[in-house]
Design a protein around this ligand. Sequence first.
Ligand SMILES: Nc1ncnc2c1ncn2[C@@H]1O[C@H](COP(=O)(O)OP(=O)(O)OP(=O)(O)O)[C@@H](O)[C@H]1O
Ligand SMILES: [Mg+2]
Length: 246
Amino acid sequence: MNTLLELSGVSVSFDGFRAINNLSFQIGEPELRAIIGPNGAGKTTFMDIITGKTRPDAGRVIFGEKSVSLLKMSESQIARSGIGRKFQKPTVFEAQTVRENLAMALSNPRGPFDVLIYRKTPTGAARIEEIADEIGLSDHLTRRSGELSHGQKQWLEIGMLLAQDPRLLLVDEPAAGMTPAEREHTTDLLKRAAQTRAVVVVEHDMEFVRRLDCKVTVLHEGSVLAEGSLDHVTKNKDVIDVYLGR
Ligand SMILES: Nc1ncnc2c1ncn2[C@@H]1O[C@H](COP(=O)(O)OP(=O)(O)OP(=O)(O)O)[C@@H](O)[C@H]1O
Ligand SMILES: [Mg+2]
């Protein structure tokens, strides 16, 4: 497995508070990784640094076989180079159908242009069916996205990200607000997505993390506190003290 993304010695402070503190992290391709840790540990900030939303005060962030520095790239350049991010709140176009949303994501990585052209091409249509199948929305392609359940909207948004075929997918707290059945479907979907790419999932729900069945990184005060299998990290005394024992 090749390393796809590497952070080393990364720090960032907000008004003198060190949200990320000399953080080092690596993920391979393909790989599924869960990130856990208490509120304020720096999990979201970690994703903000990778996507270029937040610029670190120190450290390196290196991506791909050419070892390009993400710190020299704009947010949109980072997105175009194959890093997709899913925020907590789904941001699908509610007035459009599921098919139209997927068509938009396929047609242009950055915006809803050429939609009508793209969806009429045979490869575009086939790809939409494929993604719909992958996210479990094949029977909902003609529905308006606003009518979908919260979980279905989340899957659609993941599908829209997959349409852009990212090499690295970042997902922040996908299980929040989902029913148990939706959570189960979401773990399946993320595991499948991670067969061909790197996927980082931040999640508090331990059942969800257990089902992901992957290496876990525990963040605390902006650094890695422990790393390994879920069983390994949940036996770690420091992890119990700062996170599990709350
Ligand atoms: N833009 C910002 N300006 C000031 N402080 C910030 C900013 N972003 C994050 N922080 C602070 O940095 C710390 C880490 O926040 P972050 O959102 O990364 O934590 P988290 O691990 O995602 O927490 P949660 O589990 O609650 O989502 C927090 O103390 C937060 O208040
Ligand atoms: Mg967060």
